[in-house]
Write a protein that binds this ligand. Structure first.
Ligand code: GLN
Length: 307
């Protein structure tokens, strides 16, 4: 299949819609991003890469980091991680407080904010300091993306902290129910550092290969997670990766994926490839509007989906 031709076509088809999305505006660093940008990358198991648009441009990965922290959390705690977080779709916005209240401080899944904050707490407890927990997440991402240049943007994370009242509220609510071990400020600050990691679509599509290949990086041969955990991470991406639009994304694309408010989306095509798109304008649920459209077109044009 001529993937280059297909993604070139997609880039052309989606360009008129770039102006329809709305960039995240809760912090200045994201509010100032030009919405009229698009990038898409496909990485195959032999490392062959197809790119279109601004595939070299770094952006804030935001909630895509939740896939990586969940992977580390599962590797450390195994299924006992599910004592603190669930694995059901929430059907609510990514930063909603309501379910936490009547579910006794247990977040619905690891891919909404409360869930990822909780996983971050578990990582800090395991690694014994916030700095080490942060560094382990960075090292994991550098390894799966095979790129040592990846880092977190401090201006973004400080700004997130300044305006992070809702995430602080989520952490406080979990703490009040006894479902957070460390200090609220420390946990939320590490969570924001993960959100503020910057990558491009080339790096992110490469980083998805371990999930496309049963937990083993097909290029380096490194096993990052067991076969069973890779299956489960993919499944939770399919059911919960797009918050209250997870059903719609699965309906349209038919592949496991995870979005972030920076406008990035990662997708896994099992046994074949990793994909990433970036278009900063978001839909009402906080997922990239054009990114979702591009992935739907990709799945339609190639016939690739898990179904
Ligand atoms: N930093 C964002 C927040 O915590 C991440 C959310 C997202 O990407 N959906 O609100």
């Amino acid at each position: 299949m001529d993937y280059q031709k297909i993604i070139n076509e997609i880039a052309q088809e989606v360009t008129p819609f770039l102006k329809d999305g709305k960039v995240a505006d809760y912090i200045p660093a994201l509010a100032s991003v030009d919405p009229e940008q698009f990038a898409m990358s496909v990485t195959l198991f032999d490392g062959t890469q197809y790119n279109v648009g601004y595939a070299d441009r770094l952006f804030s990965i935001q909630s895509i980091s939740k896939v990586f922290t969940f992977t580390l959390g599962l590797n450390i705690y195994g299924s006992s991680l599910y004592k603190r977080i669930g694995r059901e779709p929430s059907g609510n916005p990514f930063n909603s407080l309501v379910q936490l209240e009547y579910e006794h401080g247990k977040p619905r899944n690891p891919f909404i904010n409360a869930g990822a904050i909780n996983v971050t707490d578990a990582l800090i407890s395991h690694y014994e300091s916030e700095e080490v927990a942060c560094e382990e997440v960075m090292e994991f991402i550098r390894s799966i993306a095979d790129d040592n240049s990846i880092s977190s943007n401090e201006i973004v994370s400080k700004s997130e902290m300044k305006y992070g009242h809702r995430n602080m509220a989520l952490a406080n609510l979990m703490k009040s129910f006894g479902n957070l071990d460390n200090e609220v400020d420390d946990v939320v600050s590490v969570y924001f550092k993960h959100c503020s990691i910057e990558m491009n679509t080339k790096m992110l599509s490469r980083a998805m290969l371990y999930l496309a290949n049963h937990g083993v990086d097909p290029i380096t041969g490194i096993r990052y997670v067991s076969v069973q955990r890779a299956k489960r991470i993919n499944t939770v991406m399919l059911t919960c990766g797009h918050y209250d639009a997870s059903g719609d994304f699965a309906f349209r694309v038919g592949l496991p994926g995870k979005s972030g408010v920076g406008g990035g989306i990662v997708v896994v095509v099992p046994k074949l490839m990793g994909i990433s798109v970036w278009a900063p304008g978001l839909n009402t649920q906080g997922n990239s509007l054009v990114g979702t459209k591009a992935l739907e077109l990709f799945s339609d044009k190639t016939g690739l989906s898990i179904f």
